[in-house]
Design a protein. Structure first.
Length: 293
């Protein structure tokens, strides 16, 4: 059995030239079974046109993953389209989706076609010598496919089994989000709890402190990426600790989150990465965090 990984650390030169880098990456919970069923509907016309017998198997343990729904859907569509394209008419195609604790695994195989096995091996052997396809088209296909897989930290390869057609396997981790630690500095316990609930739901790692003294102590012992800072707190407020924060952790991102509009044009608003009023829609805070990470 041979394995050829498309997404290894040292990809061939042609995969590194002219690739479109996907800088925008949405993190959302995706129900994999409905998504795949929709893709199956999308490819029905192609299957019917080529008279290909189609078999699918979706395990009960597939569940959800976190990632970019539209990009993963596009990835599935591209893989299935290329598979169908390289199976002879009246051939067979099978798709199996299964899950484990940390990964979701998609297997695609085609039979009744020597060209399918040959093509899949060539394409995942880093381009190969594909004469029946336009080089530019294949390179664009690979570029898009690799971008999507890499941004989701997945792997794709071909397994050759003796006496059987090649099997293309895609593996995606369930949790595709970055584990970002955030600390909320606010003396209002209700606001702290509400923000913590919202951010925890998005599976950020969240801690809270009640004033500037606690924040300074926390930063000396922890390494959060973002601090959400209320400017008006008892004992030692946000204005007093603002400049201290970056002396403790130089690269930390500061989001001013205050109920006082008068600070909107202040030194603190200009010096922080983001400035938000507490009456703003919580979605604004989530958007600000997404931009900073």
């Amino acid at each position: 059995m041979g394995k050829r990984d498309l997404c290894g650390h040292e990809a061939p030169g042609f995969l590194r030239k002219g690739l479109s880098v996907m800088v925008q990456f949405n993190r959302e919970k995706i129900e994999m079974t409905p998504l795949l069923e929709q893709v199956f509907k999308d490819i029905e016309p192609e299957l019917k046109d080529r008279q290909i017998q189609f078999q699918k198997e979706i395990s009960d343990n597939v569940g959800d993953i976190w990632g970019d729904k539209e990009k993963i859907k596009k990835l599935f569509n591209r893989l299935f389209h290329y598979t169908i394209k390289n199976i002879e008419e009246k051939g067979r195609m099978s798709v199996k989706l299964s899950g484990s604790e940390k990964y979701v695994r998609l297997e695609i195989s085609g039979s009744n076609s020597e060209s399918f096995s040959k093509k899949m091996n060539q394409i995942f052997n880093f381009f190969g010598d594909i004469k029946s396809d336009k080089t530019q088209d294949i390179q664009m296909w690979l570029s898009l496919l690799q971008d999507i897989i890499e941004v989701h930290k997945g792997k794709i390869w071909v397994e050759d089994e003796l006496g059987e057609a090649s099997k293309c396997i895609l593996s995606l981790p369930r949790d595709l989000r970055k584990k970002i630690k955030i600390v909320i500095a606010d003396d209002n316990p209700g606001i702290c709890q509400t923000l913590k609930d919202i951010l925890t739901e998005k599976e950020y790692l969240v801690d809270t402190v009640r004033n500037g003294y606690e924040l300074v102590t926390y930063l000396r012992e922890n390494n959060p990426k973002i601090v959400i800072l209320d400017l008006m707190m008892p004992e030692k407020d946000g204005t007093e600790v603002f400049n201290i924060i970056r002396t403790i952790q130089q690269n930390i991102k500061i989001i001013i989150y205050t109920g006082f509009q008068r600070y909107e044009n202040s030194f603190y608003a200009r010096s922080a990465e983001k400035f938000l009023l507490k009456d703003a829609n919580p979605e604004k805070l989530l958007e600000a965090i997404e931009e900073l990470i």
